[in-house]
Design a protein around this ligand. Sequence first.
Ligand code: LLP
Length: 407
Amino acid sequence: MNIDTKALAEKYGTPLYMYDFDYIENRYTTLKDAFAGKKSIVNYAVKANSNLSVIAHLAKLGAGADCVSIGEVNRALTAGVDKYKIIFSGVGKRDDEIREALQKDILMLNLESEAEMKRVELVAKELGKEARISIRVNPNIDPQTHPYISTGLHENKFGVELDMAKRMYIYANKSEFLNPVGIHFHIGSQLTKLSPIQEAASIVADLVRSLKAIKIDIKFFDVGGGIGVVYDDEVTITAAEYTQAIFQATKGLDITLLCEPGRYMVANAGAFFTKVLYEKVNAGKRFVIVDGAMNDLIRPSLYDAYHKIEAVGVDANVETTPADVVGPVCESGDFFGKNVPLPPLSHNDLIVVQSAGAYGFTMASNYNTRSKPAEVAIQGGKDRLIRKRETYDDQVRLELEYLGVMG
Ligand code: LLP
């Protein structure tokens, strides 16, 4: 991508998120093409980046959506995702969320416990509808990733064990208000190894075969998300390797394959721009203080995640020294990088935090009453605003009317 980052930062201000829509399109088509010859839906995991324009861009290309709240379902619908390509996952859905999802007639609700299945049955009965469901199986596979984003082990809160899943399918199959159309697993995020995915897919495919033997026909086989991306120098899975492993595991089954990539689609489409406020040295340690903070991009603070950090427009020959790049928030955990080799910097120099397109803005908060950054799309060499910078007024809007009411 050839863009003038400095001009962009001038035009829209900082801190700022920027997403390359051409890159997103390329990622989608690469993955979709890797499913060629099979029935498939790529259900973009909206949680990674839920900006309406990002979702709409993917919807136009034919993507479905994997949602984890009714809010995300509504975002997907608003952005133009085909309702029959929307799935609603998550360990804890409220009755009102279940009701709304059923009323909106999305493809299926992905269930994560027997108790939840009974709730969905009850709500479907109240509505006089049949709920299309899938069950999230926990195949007890170690995905070999960060423990916070590992989800496929029995010790994690996600999904149900195989035996329980089978019992649930038998129950759902008999119910007048449940239609078990799908099966699902998701073993973790930022997976860079193929074997855990293939192993999980094989275990779940065997369950589909055993269900078929008792006349329960599963139509949608959802392998979840999790394809890892390159933040630093990781060697990760290609789209072709990924789909081949799934084809191998599901051989002989007449099913539609679903996957739920989030990070794969958007992580490296995005960058976070922030400006240098000051430099300082404390007891020999160099700090670069920038105008972005952990409330804007929390991955380094929360997961100790690595994001490449670069100073824009600085002569490559200038000597660098290590610096911690930190924000203005009142927490020691407020950093984007530690010991980052950086040249001497001055007020208003621009810093780019790379690979910030996934779990960046969506995990942003208003901590310290900091307003959320603006978001910009780049497409065909042109830039456009896709979310205005939040203002102080936006932040206090829901509180102001109560000022003084309690005396
Ligand atoms: N499907 C399900 C059921 C999920 O729970 C997730 C992610 C995905 C799909 C998408 O996974 P992806 O393809 O993006 O790896 N905030 C963390 C990541 C949390 C992932 C949660 N679930 C981070 O910043 O790394």
